[in-house]
Design a protein around this ligand. Structure first.
Ligand SMILES: NC(=O)c1ccc[n+]([C@@H]2O[C@H](COP(=O)([O-])OP(=O)(O)OC[C@H]3O[C@@H](n4cnc5c(N)ncnc54)[C@H](O)[C@@H]3O)[C@@H](O)[C@H]2O)c1
Length: 386
């Protein structure tokens, strides 16, 4: 197969994570189809050049349309804010490029469906960035569910708690603006939980939710990156147009019950991304802040030693572990992206769609939007209505 040359749009939080993943692939997964980091795109040429030098990209562009139009680029990696995803993805599909797009896939279900249709019509590979699927401990949870070792699933319970905007003076970054981000904690954090629910517990049938914006106005931001930003003293204020917290209940197609909580106002929780699954034969518990561990409980254990036990998912029996370090030498956030890019390049080499792909992005968007409708209309909403 010919070289897989990448054009990456955006270079801050996720751009750094993706660059690191591309660079780690040949070192740790030498048998994989290796991407070639070709061109990094950012609107400010000087800042983009500095980032390119630091992250390992030989070339820089300031217009994403130029990158998409180039004959020597095979894959477009979109990690600019969510309002850019649709336009870039549609252009990339039209130009016959493979597409990796960060989550949430789009600002709306309608847009997400258009992106999926365009990618499918063009016959290109498409992937969406739900990286938490790629933690070895999450893969272990998936294995336990799929092999039936947890029995019938009764409960999927998930919460993603952060506190980075607790201070009312924290600036109005793009993540707090509906026209750029789509939604707040819901589309940012809740989207990851919904994808994990689909992955681990199956399709969701109906939802009912509640949400709140605790701080209605914030000082305008001067500069921002990832989850940090500055504003000048006495800066004028602008309205926060997204949710600060969204909670919802769900019923799954298989009869399981789900509860979900996403908030940026959980003081003391920097990034607690956690779930529990309770089945007829046992349970699992996961918390990303302790991402190498899965707590497991089996009803088949002898009565006198029953209880949750901690499995460190770093043995050769666990996903990806042999490529990294000896057992007990743990992995971090960045490894999820290396595994994600391994799935992307493997799928391209094998001529299949990676998982999760735009179909999963659309499914997630349907649940996000059903919850929003349920909040607006104060009722249960079926996903099939969307
Ligand atoms: N998978 C995850 O865990 C995860 C984590 C954080 C963010 N995200 C998603 O990744 C995307 C980016 O988030 P981030 O935190 O990296 O944002 P960021 O603010 O750190 O970086 C955004 C980048 O996009 C660039 N950009 C903005 N508009 C552009 C345009 N029109 N053309 C070219 N470049 C443009 C900015 O200059 C910057 O380099 C969002 O969709 C977000 O939801 C995913």
């Amino acid at each position: 197969m010919k070289q897989l040359r990448i054009g990456m749009i955006g270079y801050k939080f996720m751009g750094k994570a993706h660059s690191n993943a591309y660079r780690a692939l040949p070192m740790f997964f030498p048998g994989a189809l290796q991407p070639e980091m070709a061109v990094l795109c950012g609107r400010n040429g000087e800042a983009a050049r500095e980032a390119a030098d630091r992250l390992g990209w030989p070339e820089v562009a300031t217009e994403w349309k130029e990158v998409v139009a180039r004959d020597d680029i095979d894959l477009i990696d979109i990690n600019a804010p969510s309002d850019t995803h649709k336009e870039i993805a549609l252009a990339a599909a039209k130009a016959g490029k493979h597409i990796f797009c960060e989550k949430p896939l789009a600002l709306s279900l309608q847009d997400a469906r258009e992106m999926l249709a365009a990618a499918e019509a063009a016959g290109v590979t498409h992937m969406v960035g739900f990286n938490y699927r790629f933690s070895p401990a999450v893969k272990l949870a998936k294995k336990l569910v799929e092999s039936g070792r947890l029995g019938q699933i009764y409960h999927f319970r998930a919460w993603f708690l952060q506190d980075w905007i607790l201070d009312p003076e924290f600036p109005l970054v793009w993540r707090l603006q509906k026209d750029v981000a789509g939604s707040g904690s819901h589309g940012d954090l809740g989207a990851h939980l919904i994808d994990l629910a689909h992955y681990l517990a199956g399709d969701i049938r109906e939802v009912i939710g509640m949400s709140e914006t605790f701080i209605k106005e914030r000082p305008l931001a001067e500069n921002m990156t990832g989850l940090s930003a500055k504003s000048s003293k006495d800066a004028p204020k602008g309205p926060v147009t997204v949710d600060d917290a969204t909670l919802f209940l769900a019923r799954f197609e298989n009869g399981a019950l789900g509860s979900f909580e996403a908030t940026r106002f959980a003081a003391g929780h920097r990034s607690t991304n956690a779930f529990e699954i309770n089945g007829s034969l046992g349970s699992v518990k996961f918390d990303f802040e302790r991402m190498n561990e899965l707590e497991v409980y089996f009803t088949s254990d002898d009565e006198d030693v029953q209880g949750f036990r901690r499995v460190l998912a770093t043995d050769p029996a666990h996903a990806y572990s042999e490529a990294w370090w000896p057992p007990g030498h743990t992995l971090g956030f960045e490894h999820t992206f290396t595994h994600e890019m391994l799935e992307l390049t493997s799928a391209i080499r094998e001529g299949r769609q990676p998982e999760p792909n735009f179909r999963d992005g659309v499914k997630c968007q349907a649940v996000l939007e059903a919850v929003e409708r349920s909040v607006d209309e104060r009722r249960w909403v079926e996903i099939s209505e969307m």
